[in-house]
Design a protein around this ligand. Structure first.
Ligand code: PEP
Ligand code: MG
Length: 574
């Protein structure tokens, strides 16, 4: 019988194959009471299980297959850290004593308590980490119960296989990488889960958050994974299968063609050079940026160095991270944004009591309120500037007074380094993000004081349209083509051009190939996006003639009504 399941398409494309159901059945922890004289033996049994799992994880880490995504090692690290955390590796021992129970039960109780704490966290990214805790605890439980590891994956069935799993941990991904799956689907996983992040970097068609795929799909069922629509079709009939085979073949051809664009210069038909840069979150992402031949790093979201930890990264730790990226990009520019925490990116050391954190003390506001944190980052950035082409980017600017204060602290950091005789690049450019409508409207005054501008359209849209970008219920109102948004972008581009200041877009709009030609028509020549989008955007650049697009883009700006805007967009993309 044919049926379909709907989830979130986290990585585009189509895959067709037979289901290979990955057995990860959760084990029920047995519960029994122990005599006091047996408790120490039980504690030792627990410690041995933790040690065995740790050894397995370290061995996996040492044998990451070539070509595995850069993030994999970092994610395995997270699992080792979770395992080493006293809340998981020590607290169950205390429970064994206090509850006089067996190790499995003590671990299961402690895991539930930890997960309940994660459930209460508002931040989506941190809340998702409960799955990592569960995955690590399950490994220890299996070891205790004499079922180390998962059931091994069988060799792929004839033809292409689709992996069907309840959930996949980073270490499952290591195994997964050794098999040749055409795609995968999972019951769990939100858009910010580690598995989703890995799926994107593997560029395999995948659908997550299907809830009950494992329950409804049998080993060997025919599956179509539509990673574009986020749909899985189970046992499709011949007509559907034929249709999707066609789509898949077209998609595969397009992917092959795209790879060939990697080394071609990024220029329009009328000879305009277009910079296609990469957005990265962690120093390890720089490999993927280089892999796609990014012309630079247009946005390094430095705040990721500050997340998932209780303390602040030291100046030296930051310096190493920034220097690493600068060196890896050998001579290409690396735009590093100063700390942009607050709102959806919460850090443990910051107790934010704002009623509306997106409008609260976040990003540059926070840095100005905590000058020691800001100065330590600025010093690290300037120290790293000695080793590559670093540019500093200030987020969330809204008033010129803030900009003056930030420039004052920048001068202080430079003065300190000079006095200490530490070498740095005196000419390091300072840029500002235009992501608050006030900054876009006042772009002229900001641009005069800065070396470059970067349009953060994710926040610019959020603040212009008064739509919380983290709120599902208003997600449908998030509209990059709203005339007000386009007017602010256009105004900023014109000001930058008039004053001869470089300007880029580093929000999601820059990586959307449907918008590339419109943005080119509006005069944008510098795009920064997730590395996975660079080649698709380059494909659009290569078939564009800016001289022809400009008048159409002007018409679209004046169109006003959404249906007229869509008509012009179709014309632009034709
Ligand atoms: C933006 O707001 O467009 C941006 C690039 O920054 P972030 O998504 O990190 O807020
Ligand atoms: Mg932003």
């Amino acid at each position: 019988m044919t049926f379909s399941l709907h989830g979130i398409g986290v990585s585009g494309g189509y895959a067709i194959g037979r289901a290979q159901v990955y057995s990860q059945d959760r084990l029920e922890a047995p519960h029994y009471l122990l005599r006091p004289e047996h408790l120490e033996v039980e504690v030792a049994r627990f410690s041995a299980a933790v040690a065995a799992v740790r050894a397995e994880m370290l061995s996996l880490q040492a044998h990451i297959p070539e070509g595995a995504p850069a993030e994999l090692s970092a994610f395995l690290n997270v699992h080792v850290l979770i395992l080493n955390d006293a809340m998981l590796s020590e607290a169950p021992k205390r429970r064994i004593h206090s509850e006089r129970c067996n190790a499995e039960w003590a671990l299961a109780q402690q895991t539930e308590a930890l997960i309940a704490q994660f459930e209460a966290i508002e931040d989506d990214y941190l809340r998702e980490r409960r799955n990592d805790v569960r995955q690590v605890a399950d490994k220890v439980l299996k070891e205790l119960m004499g079922h180390p590891g998962h059931a091994p994956l069988r060799p792929a069935l004839e033809g292409e296989s689709i992996l069907v799993a309840h959930d996949l941990s980073p270490s499952d991904m290591v195994l997964f990488k050794r098999h040749d799956f055409a795609g995968f689907i999972t019951d769990l996983g939100g858009t910010t889960s580690h598995t989703a992040i890995l799926a994107r970097s593997l560029s395999l068609p995948s659908v997550m958050a299907l809830h009950s795929a494992r329950a409804f799909i049998q080993d060997g069922d025919w599956l179509i994974v539509d990673g574009v629509a986020g749909v899985v079709i189970v046992n499709p009939d011949v007509a559907i299968l034929d249709e999707y085979r066609l789509r898949r073949n077209q998609w595969q051809l397009e992917q092959k063609k795209l790879r060939r664009l990697k080394t071609s210069p990024s220029a329009t038909l009328d000879g305009l050079e277009i910079e296609l840069q990469a957005n990265i979150d962690l120093p390890g992402d720089v490999g993927q940026a280089r892999g796609e031949n990014a012309s630079g790093i247009g946005l390094f979201r430095s705040e990721f160095l500050f997340l998932n930890r209780d303390d602040l990264p030291s100046e030296d730790e930051q310096f190493e991270a920034y220097r690493h990226v600068a060196r890896e990009m050998v001579g290409r520019c690396v735009v590093i944004r100063t700390l942009d925490v607050g709102a959806d990116k919460s850090v443990r050391w910051l107790t934010d009591t704002s009623v509306n954190p997106a409008l609260g003390r976040r990003a540059i506001r926070l840095c100005l309120a905590e000058p020691q944190i800001f100065l330590s980052q600025l010093r690290a950035l300037y120290r790293a500037s000695h080793y590559g082409q670093i540019k500093i980017l200030l987020p969330m600017l809204a008033s010129l007074t803030e900009l003056d204060q930030a420039l004052g602290l920048i001068a202080t950091a430079r003065g300190m380094l000079r006095a200490e005789g530490i070498p740095f690049d005196e000419e390091t450019p300072i840029g500002g993000m235009i992501e608050v409508p006030a900054a876009a409207l006042a772009a002229e005054w900001f641009a005069k004081k800065l070396d470059f501008l970067s349009l953060g359209t994710n926040d610019l849209i959020q603040y212009t349209l008064a739509i919380d970008r983290t709120d599902d219920t208003v997600a449908h109102l998030y509209d990059p083509l709203h005339p007000a948004v386009l007017a602010l972008i256009d105004h900023t581009l014109k000001i930058a051009l008039k004053l001869g200041k470089p300007v880029s877009i580093c929000g999601e709009m820059a990586g959307d190939p449907k918008l590339t030609r419109l943005l080119l028509g509006l005069g944008l020549t510098r795009f920064s996006m997730h590395p996975a989008h660079i080649l698709t955007v380059k494909q659009q650049v290569l078939r564009s003639h800016v001289g022809d697009l400009a008048p159409l883009a002007r018409k679209l700006l004046r169109a006003g009504r959404p249906e007229r805007i869509q008509e012009y967009l179709e014309q632009i993309n034709r």
